[in-house]
Design a protein around this ligand. Structure first.
Ligand SMILES: *[C@@H]1O[C@H](CO)[C@@H](O)[C@H](O)[C@H]1NC(C)=O
Ligand SMILES: *[C@@H]1O[C@H](CO)[C@@H](O)[C@H](O)[C@H]1NC(C)=O
Ligand SMILES: *[C@@H]1O[C@H](CO)[C@@H](O)[C@H](O)[C@H]1NC(C)=O
Length: 366
């Protein structure tokens, strides 16, 4: 899209050059009129150029960050730093970074730890304030490009050393900790322009090399890529990978007190979803799913399903996949579909073998 605008710009320059040539052959009488036309064209050219520059086009900075293409003066005035040329060299790719105590107003700002890119080994509270760039902002998408805090304590898996806390806004967001590289959240920006939110990194406890780099994108209420209400995570496309917070096969622990929705956009011509557990490549085993089930060794615990029963069922921690059933085999003496799933294997009935789980609902809750 941006490239096509640049092309339009160059085509226009070409037209202006042609008319200068024509002017030379037509003599002095037409000179003034041609000059006016040229000025007119130049001013249109300039306003087109201005439009391209100031329309918040995304660009890729030399350091790999996404920025906004601005003039150098604008970038400085808005508190960004230059990350290489954009718009064919007419602008600079302005990167916005913020750390403790700052307020974010620019789309695509990166919230980084003190001393970034060096890890931060200290205690305290690092907060930034999120302000909507305009009244039509309904959500923020947080991309955890880097997110390494201390994990939860080992008894009840509560984040009592370090925590990432989102406050203000609409729906509540569970506090998280540990390793969350590559994960994301959509947070409800609340109504009205004057409702700032805060993102807080609380670090306490022993020495630890913490780092974070979180990209904060502002999502207009009217945009098609806005997540549905009640979805803390939102996936698009026909395939993807869902990870719980602090998913870390090396030494991750399931976090306590989480309760959130994960949504998958219904893509055109699709009417259901199939879930399969991913291989755990770190521990060289097939299952990466355990929810109050086995804990890292090879004593595999069967899948548990449902909320009541005499055998194994899910009372404390579970994933809700509405109307889930197994793929390709009859349900073994069980109810035909379940909602709650837990245990040491992903399946919609009590079995040791993982089985792909199918559902027609595009929202799951954990
Ligand atoms: C830049 O934006 C693209 C598209 O939104 C995204 O996939 C990528 O992760 C972003 N990169 C960074 C470093 O923010
Ligand atoms: C913020 O940036 C993202 C990614 O470039 C874009 O999709 C979104 O529309 C922008 N938000 C606003 C309010 O312009
Ligand atoms: C992974 O496990 C399989 C059997 O489960 C074994 O044959 C293989 O050697 C293991 N690979 C590694 C790298 O340990």
């Amino acid at each position: 899209m941006f490239d096509s605008k640049v092309l339009v710009m160059f085509a226009f320059v070409f037209v202006v050059i042609c008319s200068v040539r024509v002017e030379g052959r037509q003599g002095a009488r037409n000179n003034r009129r041609m000059q006016d036309a040229l000025n007119y064209r130049q001013s249109r050219f300039l306003s087109l150029f201005t439009f391209v520059q100031f329309s918040n086009q995304e660009c890729m900075g030399t350091g790999g960050e996404n920025g906004t293409c601005l003039t150098s003066a604008q970038c400085t005035q808005r508190g960004g730093t230059g990350g290489g040329p954009c718009a064919g060299g007419y602008g600079i790719c302005c990167i916005f970074m913020a750390t403790c105590g700052m307020t974010i107003r620019e789309n695509g700002t990166y919230f980084v730890n003190t001393g970034y890119p060096t890890p931060y080994d200290g205690t305290g509270s690092c907060q930034i304030t999120l302000m909507k760039m305009n009244a039509d902002i309904c959500q923020y998408r947080l991309d955890f490009l880097q997110f390494q805090l201390m994990g939860p304590e080992q008894q009840n898996n509560i984040c009592n050393n370090d925590q990432f806390i989102v406050s203000g806004g609409g729906s509540p967001v569970p506090p998280i900790c540990g390793l969350n590289n590559g994960n994301h959240m959509y947070i409800d920006a609340g109504s009205g322009l004057g409702t700032p939110m805060t993102l807080s990194m609380i670090t306490s406890g022993p020495s630890f090399r913490r780092n974070w780099k979180i990209r904060v994108v502002q999502i207009p209420c009217t945009s098609i890529y806005r997540a549905e209400d009640g979805c803390l995570q939102y996936y698009t496309g026909v395939a993807g990978q869902i990870m719980s917070f602090n998913y870390d096969p090396a030494n991750g622990l399931q976090l306590s007190n989480q309760d959130y929705g994960i949504c998958i956009r219904t893509e055109r011509n699709f009417c259901g979803i199939q879930y399969t557990q991913c291989p755990d490549t770190v521990n060289n085993r097939s299952q990466s799913f355990t929810l109050s089930g086995n804990t890292g060794n090879n004593n595999q615990v069967p899948a548990m399903v449902g909320s009541t029963g005499t055998g194994n069922f899910c009372q404390n921690d579970y994933l809700i996949i509405p109307m889930a059933s197994n793929v390709g085999r009859p349900v073994l003496g069980q109810i035909t579909s379940v909602d709650r799933i837990c245990g040491g294997t992903l399946s919609a009935d009590v079995t040791l073998n993982e089985t792909p789980v199918r559902s027609k609902s595009f929202k799951i809750v954990t």
